[in-house]
Design a protein around this ligand. Structure first.
Ligand SMILES: [Zn+2]
Length: 330
């Protein structure tokens, strides 16, 4: 495939893993500076607490974190677990891309795209913020990626995907604002969808949206259920449980096809639809009531990370995911 293949596979993998760790370390800086609004300058990093400049051996990705037991060597302030996680995930992504696509232009593009994925999801999880230029950079990379034929879609599909992705989330968000005075999605989600559309094209983007809704259900609903019980909002908790149960039901029903009887199937689907309608009404009512309160944000779980996890999965396992979604929707 290329000249690297004469080197032992383990050697190449280790080398790429180390490069991935270093890039991850750089991404931590991009995330930090993006959130604080500072520009990225290449100076020695320092402890945010005591401002001591770190020695080189305190700045080795993952390794230093483990040896320092997650504490600053000078002032023992806790170092966020975000740093080693970002470094490790980057390294895994870099290796995985190489294993799947070899050393190619496509791999180089995917390294950039996956790095931006990491930056976007961490800022979203950490402060529910998407930095505009991170998302624009993603959209721009996607366009060039497909323009040079490295992606799996045409440039036309790519442009359509970007426009569709942005409009889809923007219209839904504004509809939410119109009907219950509350954006259904953050502004960041429209921007992420803009970038994802340009990378994957419109067809795969639709698949990604479906998959991310499933993921969001799996991860966010249990949190929302617990929260509603803690706040003694039984009706709301039951609504979330019903939405969750319906999802599980549809998945099980399709995986095992245990319902053979058509009439029974129709009745159960109708029943589920009524329950879902009741649940959504409760949830929308809750959102509407929350509009005045300051902590209304908790109802808006960031949707960005689900979109990005779904997209990362689609980069490597698109055929399997198509099968899964087909089973779910059939
Ligand atoms: Zn310190």
């Amino acid at each position: 495939m290329n000249s690297l293949s004469v080197l032992p596979f383990e050697f190449v993998i280790t080398y790429i893993f180390i490069i991935g760790l270093c890039i991850g370390s750089f991404l931590n800086v991009v995330i930090l500076r993006g959130l604080s609004g500072e520009s990225i300058v290449f100076e020695r990093s320092k402890c945010p607490k005591c401002n001591n400049k770190l020695k080189w051996y305190m700045n080795i990705p993952v390794v230093s974190y483990i040896f320092l037991k997650g504490k600053c060597a000078f002032c023992s302030a806790k170092i966020s677990i975000q740093y080693p996680i970002v470094e490790f995930v980057s390294a895994c992504f870099f290796v995985l891309t190489y294993v799947f696509f070899g050393l190619s232009i496509k791999t180089l593009f995917l390294w950039v795209i996956l790095s931006l994925f990491i930056v976007l999801s961490v800022t979203d999880i950490k402060e529910t913020v998407i930095i505009d230029y991170h998302a624009y950079l993603l959209a721009f990379t996607g366009l060039i990626y497909n323009f040079f034929g490295c992606g799996d879609t045409t440039i036309i599909q790519s442009i359509l995907g970007a426009v569709f992705g942005f409009l889809f989330f923007e219209i839904l968000a504004r509809a939410g604002k119109f009907f219950c005075n509350h954006r259904m999605f953050g502004e960041g989600d429209s921007l992420i969808a803009l970038g994802l559309g340009s990378i994957f094209g419109i067809k795969v983007l639709v698949l990604i949206i479906v998959l991310s809704i499933l993921l969001q259900g799996v991860f966010a609903l249990p949190v929302l259920i617990k929260k509603s019980f803690d706040e003694n909002k039984k009706k709301l908790a039951i609504s979330y449980i019903l939405v969750f149960a319906s999802m599980v039901y549809v998945i099980l029903q399709n995986c095992f096809t245990f319902i053979k009887n058509q009439i029974f199937y129709l009745i159960s689907i109708t029943f589920i639809c009524i329950l879902l309608f009741w649940s959504l009404r409760n949830i929308l009512f809750e959102i509407k009531n929350k509009k005045e309160s300051k902590d209304s944000k908790y109802l808006l779980m960031p949707f960005g990370p689900a979109l990005i996890i779904a997209s990362s999965a689609c980069i490597f396992y698109l055929p399997k995911i198509k099968e899964l979604i087909y089973i779910f929707l059939s």
